[in-house]
Design a protein around this ligand. Structure first.
Ligand SMILES: O=C(CO)[C@@H](O)[C@H](O)COP(=O)(O)O
Ligand SMILES: [Fe+2]
Length: 225
């Protein structure tokens, strides 16, 4: 097994009518982080949930709560997500007018700061904020929905970002279409933190979740160079 990788199930693919139980189930099944997809119907064509829901499920797991904010102009909402119990907050470079300031604000709230880029955004968009972040998220689908197919052109971006990050203590996360069939190549390109929604929550039971997470870890390790 490859001890350096983290698996972060995206609750977007869970049963929202039992959200707390679904989070506790993936925790017991071996999840490292819990990935929370926040959507506003503006930055992406879908709407999910905000800080009150995060606060309501915070007690379901002690794992790292990894908030992925797919919202326009996120500054006004950072404090709310921090107070709700998020450990890390990731904003989209495309959604921030003053990205450097927003990332500083996240760290000032004692959260780990993350920056995400869409498939069409070049890695150079975040070159000058790398010293402000703890995590870089490469979207490997267009954000907004679970269950989409991995976009192969993003692999080269992961490779370039791994080189750009160098020795900085930054996690390189991918999100979208991560499955046993794709995770090996993504790991090989240099990612270390894997969000997976449909590939974890398929099957609908805790035993399935455990098998699904194990399959992801195995496939990531086997294919590592
Ligand atoms: O941020 C997003 C979608 O915008 C994700 O976190 C998805 O929830 C991933 O779903 P799968 O592609 O793994 O099914
Ligand atoms: Fe996400």
């Amino acid at each position: 097994m490859d001890g350096d990788i983290l698996i972060a199930p995206s609750i977007l693919s869970s049963d929202f009518s039992r959200l707390g139980e679904e989070i506790a189930a993936v925790d017991r099944a071996g999840a490292d982080w819990i990935h929370l997809d926040v959507m506003d119907g503006r930055f992406v064509p879908n709407i999910t949930f905000g800080p009150p829901v995060v606060a309501a499920v915070r007690g379901a797991s002690a794992r790292f709560f990894d908030a992925h904010l797919m919202i326009a102009s996120p500054d006004a909402y950072l404090e709310g997500f921090a107070k709700a119990g998020c450990d890390g907050i990731t904003v989209h470079a495309e959604a921030c007018t003053h990205l450097d300031r927003t990332l500083q604000a996240i760290r000032a709230l004692d959260c780990r700061a993350g920056v995400a880029i869409n498939p069409a955004t070049p890695e150079t968009a975040i070159e000058y904020v790398l010293d402000r972040v703890d995590l870089v998220l490469v979207m490997t689908v267009n954000p907004g929905f679970g269950g989409q197919s991995f976009i192969p052109a993003t692999l080269e971006k992961v490779r370039r970002l791994r080189a750009m990050i160098g020795a900085r203590p930054i996690r390189l996360q991918v999100d979208g279409g991560v499955a046993p069939e794709t995770i090996g190549a993504i790991r090989q390109a240099g990612a270390d933190t894997f969000v997976a929604g449909s590939a974890v929550y398929r099957g609908g039971t805790e035993d399935n979740y455990r098998n699904n997470i194990d399959a992801l870890r195995r496939s990531a390790s086997v294919n590592k160079a």
